[in-house]
Design a protein around this ligand. Structure first.
Ligand SMILES: C[S@@+](CC[C@H](N)C(=O)[O-])C[C@H]1O[C@@H](n2cnc3c(N)ncnc32)[C@H](O)[C@@H]1O
Length: 456
């Protein structure tokens, strides 16, 4: 059957829900239209941008009757800024939509008829929650400025005066960096032309310690007075660690080797009563307070008695493993980033934890070797990136056959497909799953899930 709509057609639609990823979902005689910028309960006019056999995509051109769940967005840069998608949707509606998305993924992709889903844990702070912001520089007629990419645009940056996801301190540091760049008459890098100098600014704030790390990313070469740059940042007593990285490639990345310009190599953050050193390129959950809730949940689901061998796969700087080590016999962590593993090893020492070991490696390639050293794991915690347990890692996890797997997921669709394979091919049952909202106003949702395997 041909799709009932055509590209560029104007439709009037009622949005009933939010799909994972953030688009509204509307139906035209049963045919699904994903509506960008449509919120549940809205009656909208929308222009069709793409047509496929089973669904179409459309962009809202006018909200004819706003949803009762719409609220005023406090941020002056919303919705032009690409950082937030739902500041104008009541927070209760945001979390309700995320809970439905996890349930839907487990049913539709995971093939589970009645997912054992527990109520979503809402965020404790809906603004000012991020501990890390990555800004881009852009050139205006009168000098460089700093901001975020515009929504849906990789080639345009919006100047930001006040971001509601960071703190007053975070905003003050960014704005002071803009003044510095202008006073020094530096030129922002132009991605299309590959000319200019200033590329990115990364500001990371240990929210439980008050310590701040700043990383400037430029094109190649030392074209600024590093001493003056350090003096400007030291106006903020919270700044403890100042790094500079050169990006000589066209790729827009910030994950680069750094030169330490001043202060400590790393800053400290505290999570669940432990201290964690964080280097510029190491992974740290970006919502400190909700990371603590996430880890408490992982600890509860791991159900440790003190006798277990635990694997912490995709361990980052060792957060989950070290929090679990207090209740386990031994913990063995694997992580691909050497910088993160260096932090994990330091963090074990910093906290006087002697029953945890961490190794650099790819999970898929190194779990077999780890098992030879450690013996059979009783509990395996996995916390993979959005792509989930890609290919080999999923098979290796299944073959390990640990009685309990705690899966910390930042993408319900890959969680659901991994749960399906672990169920159908390796005999695991999904026993509990609890979504956690770490990122209000964005489409992201975390889930902590427990899988158990019948003794064979
Ligand atoms: C979502 S983070 C979780 C980190 C940590 N568990 C935490 O809560 O802070 C995923 C981590 O997996 C690492 N990673 C990505 N692919 C990997 C792979 N194939 N093998 C091992 N680690 C990987 C990333 O470097 C990152 O630190």
């Amino acid at each position: 059957m041909a799709a009932p709509v055509k590209k560029d057609q104007e439709l009037e639609l009622t949005v009933d829900s939010l799909a994972y990823g953030g688009n509204g979902v509307a139906r035209l005689n049963g045919f699904v239209v994903f509506v960008r910028r449509g919120l549940p309960g809205d009656r909208v006019r929308a222009r069709v941008t793409k047509v496929q056999r089973r669904h179409a995509e459309a962009l809202v051109t006018e909200v004819v009757a706003p949803s009762p769940q719409r609220v005023d967005a406090p941020c002056a840069h919303y919705p032009a800024c690409g950082g937030c998608r739902f500041q104008d949707l009541a927070y209760e509606a945001q979390v309700a939509a995320k809970e439905v998305q996890v349930d839907d993924a487990l049913r539709r992709i995971g093939g589970i008829d009645a997912p054992p889903l527990e109520p979503i844990v809402p965020a404790e702070e809906i603004f000012h929650y991020r501990n890390k912001l990555e800004y881009s520089f852009t050139q205006l007629q009168d000098g460089p400025t700093i901001g975020f990419h515009k929504a849906g645009r990789w080639d345009e940056v919006l100047e930001v005066e006040k971001c509601w996801l960071t703190t007053e301190l975070g905003n003050a540091i960014r704005n002071r960096m803009r003044e510095w760049a202008r006073a020094e008459r530096l030129v922002a890098y132009d991605q299309a032309e590959q000319t200019g100098y200033l590329r990115h600014l990364v500001v990371r704030e240990g929210r439980n310690t008050g310590q701040v790390l700043v990383q400037l990313v430029t094109a190649g070469g030392e074209k600024f007075d590093t001493g003056h740059f350090v003096d400007v940042l030291r106006e903020f007593p919270e700044v403890r660690s100042i790094h500079w990285a050169e990006n000589t490639s066209a790729a827009e990345v910030t994950n680069l080797p750094t030169h330490l310009l001043w202060g400590e190599e790393a800053i400290e953050e505290q999570l669940c009563g432990l201290r964690f050193r964080v280097r510029p390129n190491a992974f740290l959950q970006t919502n400190t307070r909700m990371a603590e809730r996430l880890y408490e949940l992982a600890r509860e689901l791991a159900g440790l008695s003190g006798q277990e061998t635990v694997f912490d796969l995709y361990c980052g700087i060792g957060t989950i493993g070290l929090i679990l080590a207090r209740d386990a016999l031994t913990v063995w962590g694997v992580e691909v980033s050497e910088e993160s593993v260096a932090c994990a090893l330091e963090n074990a020492e910093l906290n006087g934890i002697t029953n945890a070991a961490f190794f650099a490696g790819n999970v898929g390639a190194s779990v077999g070797e780890l098992r030879e050293r450690s013996g059979e794991p009783d509990v395996v915690v996995v916390d993979p990136p959005r792509a989930g347990l890609a290919g080999k890692a999923l098979r290796r996890l299944g073959e390990l056959g640990a009685p309990r797997v705690v899966y910390v997921s930042c993408n319900p669709t890959t969680l659901a497909s991994d749960v399906k394979v672990l169920g159908t091919e390796y005999g695991y049952a999904l026993v509990r799953a609890r979504p956690v909202d770490m990122f209000p106003h964005t489409p992201h949702v975390e889930t902590v899930a427990l899988l158990e395997r019948e003794a064979q």
